[in-house]
Write a protein that binds this ligand. Structure first.
Ligand code: AHM
Ligand code: MG
Length: 335
């Protein structure tokens, strides 16, 4: 049972039985992610001090190489999960190929693989705008004790056992699901502890915010163009409000709290959209559905799409159920 103000540690222990195939492995995995997120948070919060601590490629006063934050976040998550031998494989948006973890401690007896976008929206860092980490967890499909293969990663989103995001915003929050609703934990930076601040998060069924990069309007499919015109029409509770940060986690987080729709359709430059099915769309779709929202490519449920390659992109429409269904209606009408 989720109690407000409970710490994340308490929540994990008390809800362990709800974790799929509970034997403590998934709890340890979430624990590692919470630890890595704290380290990344520490670095992200110092980003504005770059002129003082040294720029990318330089060596700082402590003799440490200064790295790009997305590279650093990638290494932090991978190292934390690898050193503890908690998973058998990791795929990252930052790496061309997946990583096989060959355990010393337990001969590869781990069952889970993690797919991660370590620092999404990183172009926002230089201007002090929120960024995020997105992660997705699957049970491996190949036999335990053997090296992972691509098949362990190319699973449809409906087989996810957990997914979540960390938002490095005005507060740092970890929001995740293990298939029993969505809970949001806020980091108290002074104590380094996450507290349950947003129990049982729910996407409002309807909303009045639409989030899309309208600069690409001329290249959008006709269905999306018509839906945007619908959002802007003066009728009933419309026109809606337009809000676009350009940082997926932040746009989704706001819309989940206030009610809204996020869209990254196909464009001339990106005929399959920009977002990655495995690292961005599936985990966000799992969270959205667990919170009563919806995620679609305009025609199909995102989580039912069988991935064909690690870095596959897909048009993405996600948010309040009624709004996504309306956008799908316009897409299908113009198919
Ligand atoms: P990234 O993985 O290179 O950071 O790109 C993903 C980001 C999303 O967070 C955001 O919604 C989108 O790209 C914004 O793209 P655009 O600037 O084309 O609107
Ligand atoms: Mg990304």
């Amino acid at each position: 049972m989720a109690r407000k103000n409970q710490t994340l540690g308490e929540f994990i222990i008390e809800n362990q039985a709800e974790f799929p195939y509970a034997n403590g492995e998934l709890s340890r995995l979430i624990n590692s992610i919470r630890l890595a997120a704290k380290m990344v948070n520490h670095e992200v919060n110092k980003a504005g001090l770059v002129d003082i601590t040294g720029a990318v490629g330089e060596v700082n006063v402590q003799g440490e190489d200064q790295q790009k934050l997305d590279v650093l976040a990638n290494e932090t998550f991978i190292k934390t999960l690898t050193n503890r031998e908690i998973v058998c494989g990791i795929a990252s948006e930052e790496n061309d190929d997946f990583i096989t973890i060959t355990g010393q401690k337990n001969d590869n007896k781990n069952k889970y693989v993690v797919l991660i976008d370590p620092l999404d929206g990183s172009s926002n860092i230089d201007v002090n705008v929120s960024v995020g980490t997105i992660f997705s967890v699957y049970r491996r499909v190949t036999p335990v004790g053997t090296p992972v293969t691509i098949d362990d990663f190319l699973q449809p989103g409906n087989l996810q056992v957990a997914a979540g995001y960390i938002i490095y915003g005005t507060s740092t929050m970890l929001v995740f699901t293990t298939g029993h609703g969505v809970n949001g934990f806020t980091l108290n930076p002074a104590l380094g502890t996450y507290y349950l601040s947003h129990p049982n998060m729910q996407f409002p069924v309807d909303g009045n915010i639409y989030s899309v990069n309208e600069g690409n309007y001329v290249h959008f499919p006709q269905g999306i163009k018509n839906y945007i015109k619908y959002c802007q029409e003066e009728k009933d509770d419309r026109p809606y409000t337009s809000r676009y940060i350009g940082s997926l986690v932040s746009d989704i987080h706001r819309n989940m709290i206030k009610g809204g729709i996020y869209m990254y359709p196909s464009t001339a430059k990106s005929p399959n959209g920009k977002l990655r099915l495995l690292y961005e769309c599936n985990p966000v779709a799992f969270i959205a559905e667990q919170a009563g929202g919806k995620a679609s490519d305009g025609y199909r449920r995102i989580m039912d799409i069988k991935p064909e390659e690690l870095h596959q992109r897909i048009p993405f429409i996600c948010g309040s159920k009624n709004m996504v269904e309306k956008a799908e209606y316009f897409m299908q009408e113009n198919q």
